[in-house]
Design a protein. Structure first.
Length: 182
């Protein structure tokens, strides 16, 4: 009887674990990548970048979001943008969450502006904005977690998840880049 009970608990735990994994569509905390890895040259379907900025994995013990050791860091070129393209299920609800930190602002708060977005489409006339968080005068060298909730609509299942900062010389750091189906 004890063996049957143990097997039932094991099967239940396995089933719950499988169901939880199906809901997580994207989950990158950068811990599994080597320090210095160029995120823009990873396998197709990973990350992309807009602008001339580079994106690499930084390793600093306990300096990532929630004291993790690794996170992504932009180069210092203007218009640094880290993007992830994904096809999502029409009618399904999602939460895009990401932790962001700005550094090298020189104490000038206007340099710490950045945005986090989930949208669909290409170009100014064909964009559907699902959710965005524009941060004006963010705090230098402090992680901030963003949670963007949205539901995918017909004809807009190709979604772009984005973290962006404009100012040259400022570094944008990204950690716990995650998309979960609700």
């Amino acid at each position: 009887m004890k063996h049957i009970f143990a097997i039932l608990i094991l099967l239940f735990t396995f089933n719950v674990s499988i169901q939880a994994q199906k809901k997580v569509k994207i989950n990158q905390n950068f811990e599994n990548l080597e320090r210095g890895t160029d995120l823009l040259t990873l396998a197709k379907g990973k990350f992309g970048g807009w602008g001339k900025s580079t994106w690499t994995v930084t390793e600093k013990k306990g300096k990532g979001f929630n004291n993790s050791n690794k996170f992504a860091t932009s180069g210092d070129a203007a218009n640094a943008t880290l993007v992830k393209y994904t096809n999502l299920e029409v009618g399904a609800a999602y939460v895009f969450s990401v932790a962001v930190k700005i550094t090298n602002t020189g104490g000038q708060s206007w340099k710490s502006n950045y945005s986090v977005k989930a949208f669909s489409g290409k170009g100014k006339d064909d964009t559907h904005m699902y959710a965005k968080n524009d941060v004006k005068a963010g705090q230098d060298n402090k992680w901030e977690k963003h949670n963007l909730k949205f539901t995918v609509i017909e004809g807009r299942k190709n979604v772009v998840l984005q973290a962006y900062r404009r100012t040259k010389g400022v570094l944008l750091h990204v950690d716990d880049f995650k998309l979960v189906k609700k």
